[in-house]
Design a protein around this ligand. Sequence first.
Ligand code: DAH
Length: 334
Amino acid sequence: MSFLNEVEPLKNAAMEEFSKAADLAALEQAKSSYLGANGKFTALLRQMGSLSKEEKPAAGKLINVAKGEMEAVLSKRRTELEMSASLPKEPTDFTLPGRRRTIGRLHPLTQVTNDIVRSFRKIGFVVADGPEIEDEYHCFDALNTPHDHPARDLQDTFYLEENQKKLLRTHTSSVQIRVMAKQQPPVRIIVPGRVYRRDNADATHNPTFHQIEGLYVDKNVTVGDLKGTVEFVFKELLGSEVKLRFRPHYFSYTEPSFEIDFTSPMVKKMGKEWLEIAGCGMVHPKVLQEVGYNPDQWTGWAFGFGIERIAMIRYDITDIRLFYENDMRFLKQF
Ligand code: DAH
């Protein structure tokens, strides 16, 4: 019977060793040194055979209880060690970019649009949207465009046959009117979208293309804000070496109006000094009045530019038609 006195201290020693095991390997080692074929506890069990018939049931119970306790500690420690083995050693940085898409990729025009939107979001602009099938009011009248303006000509604009008042929008400027008519200032929006013109397709024209419109209306908005904003975004998009130039121009919905030219080492390499890139200006008081804003109280600026143009400069693409052909050899490069 004397060996039964050893059960309790041996069990305690085993449980202490199990719960202190530093890793899974150490735990397995400790387990086998007690419970393995040559383990200390197993050796004790072997002595059961020397007990009498009357002694056996009590001894068996004692040993089983001890074994159960040891196994409980063993499995608790194993779970703890497994959990900590699967935790990262360093704290997780949740600001790191996620995994790349595994199938397909975004069209280069979508990529450029996303980048433009991201830049404007950084400085507080939100994306607005409007219909591609427009009416003359939003596309021209409300933008102070005279009735004899060539843009209204059947030669330049696609009108829908059943109703000459309905047309495919020729620019995203129509969304300026839709947004302002619905909300009070301040307004700070950008509008990426598809536009349509009766152009024959060639290397630099297509009957449909994409624009981004910007509109900012608030108190005391100036041309300085316009220049600073446009410069910030173009530097983000096309690199810090870009230079911009504002040239006086005419648009019916802005006064004063400008055309923005842009230059960079890339433009010089193309053998040019400057490239026209956008139209812009201070929102015309008549436009503000039309949407019910008081032009003595509010001022604003607007701009519009072509997304294809930006993508062509950015990726050195010389033919606009490549964007619409869905040729995998082209698309795979982005
Ligand atoms: N809508 C003009 C175009 O399609 C671009 C433009 C010029 C937009 C001046 C504007 C602006 O908002 O102020 O060519």
